[in-house]
Design a protein. Structure first.
Length: 264
């Protein structure tokens, strides 16, 4: 007798053996995007005007699609640890390589931010991040991945940072039929990104997505430039340090300062 699989911890995991076409997954993503972001009075039943069975089936489909990325994600993470370990000075690859499956709520929020996006085209449902001790180490790992992996797209935010100041290298890797996003960051780049996200969470403002006061984003951009110069072993011009102090003075009542991690 075949073993019965253990019950899923996810309430919305579909019945064992259920599969969905890409078309069905995309329709499910669109339905849930509209359902969760539809305006409704506070006292209105959440399902009023909606087909409850269709909403449930859409939850199953989106959960199933997310689950399909679990095994490719684990494979990519294990391979990345191997490549990180090959680099001199890479500290401990087990501590500095992390993996995650995007939460279902986060998937739906991203579909809301990008209304034209198809769920099956979302490249970061499975994500792996390596935090590396230096810019040279980051570049070496990126070069090795380009030579040995099937990379379908690369976004080099070190060479060309985002307008926000975000810096990292992102590779979209095809593995076992699914695309997994691999992020490579230095320790300072990782500290910067975490701080922006933490500030947004603690203050209830999506700084990560460009929301909030421009003065705060000016500070983030200047701090990113400082961190990049430290990573690149470049001097810090007096003008840049003055700009950093001035921009911090404008937002010091809101945010705590970002500090370069010189001892890491």
């Amino acid at each position: 007798m075949a073993a019965v699989p253990p019950p899923s911890k996810d309430l919305w995991a579909p019945p064992h053996g259920t599969t969905y076409s890409k078309e069905a997954v995309n329709r499910a993503g669109e339905l849930l995007r509209d359902f969760f972001h539809a305006p409704r009075p506070q006292d209105q039943d959440v399902l009023e005007g909606w087909d409850g069975d269709a909403v449930v089936e859409a939850m199953y489909a989106v959960t199933w699609w997310k689950q399909q990325h679990a095994r490719p994600l684990s494979t990519v993470a294990a391979n990345l640890r191997y490549h990180v370990a090959k680099e001199d000075g890479a500290i401990d690859e087990k501590l500095y390589v992390a993996q995650r499956l995007k939460k279902r709520d986060t998937i739906i929020d991203k579909l809301e931010r990008y209304p034209g996006m198809k769920l099956t085209r979302m490249h970061d449902i499975g994500g792996v991040r390596a935090t590396l001790p230096s810019l040279s180490c980051l570049t070496a790992v990126s070069r090795r991945l380009r030579k040995t992996w099937t990379i379908v797209n690369t976004r080099d935010y070190v060479a060309k940072p985002k307008d926000s100041g975000y810096r990292a290298i992102h590779h979209d890797v095809r593995r076992q039929g699914k695309v997994i996003e691999v992020q490579l960051r230095t320790i300072r780049q990782h500290a910067w990104a975490n701080q922006v996200e933490d500030d947004g969470r603690s203050l209830g403002t999506g700084y990560k997505f460009g929301f909030g006061a421009e003065s705060i984003h000016d500070y983030y951009r200047t701090m990113s430039e400082v961190f990049w110069r430290l990573d690149s072993d470049q001097p810090l011009p007096d003008e840049l340090l003055t700009e950093l102090r001035e921009r911090y003075e404008k937002i010091r009542g809101v945010l705590r300062p970002l500090r370069p991690q010189e001892d890491q």
